[in-house]
Design a protein around this ligand. Structure first.
Ligand SMILES: [Zn+2]
Ligand SMILES: [Zn+2]
Length: 359
């Protein structure tokens, strides 16, 4: 019988439960989970801070495992068959319809109203749809990718990797740019790596705590600054000093703090670009001066919501072919019955990347 770690309702501790093995519909599969993860979003899910989440919920949106059973056909994006025993990962976003106005006219699949996300908007009542589980039911139409990397190396990037890949793409970084990353959590660290791959000459990172800033340096950041010991004006001074008084060419906000969005605008040069990716959860409002912070600066400020198959696919390819940055990242592993500890360690920033190993 599959075992799951479930959030019964908002603010309740995670419980381990035994659930029935699902009946497989045609062209679906059962995945035996090797590793899943705990990210900032899971902390907010436990606190009930995301809208439209069906509890009880089995979290864990990005996972790696082996196909234990396939019913019917399961094909990859190149039309090749998956076989039982294959090691795969899969896009957590399911049911993007390719038929609605957002999919077809705006070409913005992450805003498709039909989309569902494993471990976030699919609850336990929808089946075995989260990675904090010995097994995941891969519904028909789930986009799987054969994984040619170590599971741990791929999961060192985890959900943060496609998210930051999308953010870097939205930032339209040019060769030789100086990029500023606000936030040194998993999305921030992955943004450092990918901004350099995209052609940034230097990446600056402002965040906390010190261990995460050390991880940003290890990932290739040129210089880091601790927000716990530097106030906003000191941070601005630091950025200006490193950019000939102009500010960063591109700033990626990956913090979760609304005020950081305004700081991102302030720290960016005139006619530069700001990408906001750290506000996946509603943390409230902030205010800014439209004349000084935006219009007169001629800034390009872009939101970045979720990720699509293209980001996820490229993330898997990058880790398979250029694994160095991720194979060096520090991981902490937890069993299903340690999920509450994993959540608190992620919430306090004590660990950089927490993995769940269900068996
Ligand atoms: Zn996540
Ligand atoms: Zn759609």
């Amino acid at each position: 019988m599959p075992l799951v770690a479930v959030i019964p309702e908002p603010n309740a501790p995670v419980e381990v439960r035994e659930v029935a093995e699902p009946d497989l519909e045609p062209n679906s599969a059962l995945l035996e989970v090797e590793v899943s993860e705990v990210c900032g979003t899971d902390v907010y899910l436990q606190q009930g801070r995301l809208a439209g989440v069906p509890y009880p919920l089995v979290p864990g949106h990005v996972s790696v495992g082996r196909l234990q059973k396939i019913r019917g056909e399961l094909l990859d994006v190149e039309g090749k068959h998956f076989n039982e025993g294959d090691r795969i990962t899969f896009l957590d976003v399911h049911r993007t319809c390719n038929a609605c106005w957002y999919c077809l006219v705006a070409k913005a699949g992450t805003r498709c109203p039909q989309r569902k996300v494993y471990g976030i908007t699919y609850g336990l009542d929808d089946g075995l749809c989260g990675g904090w589980s010995t097994h995941i039911y891969l519904k028909p139409g789930t986009r799987c990718i054969k994984l040619n990397a170590d599971p741990e190396t791929f999961m060192a990037g985890g959900c943060a990797l496609p998210t930051s890949l999308h953010a870097v793409e939205r930032g339209d970084i040019k060769i030789g740019d100086t990029v500023l990353v606000l936030g040194s959590g998993p999305v921030g660290i992955n943004a450092v790596v990918l901004a350099l791959m995209r052609g940034a000459l230097r990446v600056l990172c402002i965040g906390a705590p010190q261990a995460r800033l050390a991880a940003a340096l290890a990932a290739g950041a040129d210089a880091v600054l601790n927000i716990e010991t530097h106030d906003e004006s000191q941070r601005l001074e630091w950025v200006l000093e490193k950019t000939a008084g102009r500010g960063a060419d591109v700033t990626i906000e990956a913090t979760g703090a609304p005020d950081a969005v305004v700081q991102a605008m302030t720290f960016t040069r005139d006619a530069g670009t700001v990408v906001v990716v750290g506000q996946y959860t509603d943390h409230g409002s902030t205010s800014f001066n439209p004349h000084l912070d935006l219009n007169k600066k001629h800034l390009d400020v872009r939101g970045c919501w979720g990720s699509e198959f293209s980001h996820f696919y490229r993330a898997a390819q990058i880790v398979a072919h250029r694994s160095e940055a991720w194979s060096r990242m520090r991981l902490d592993e937890y069993r299903l019955d340690e999920a509450n500890k994993a959540l608190s360690d992620v919430a306090t920033g004590r660990v950089l990347k927490a993995l769940i190993r269900p068996s």
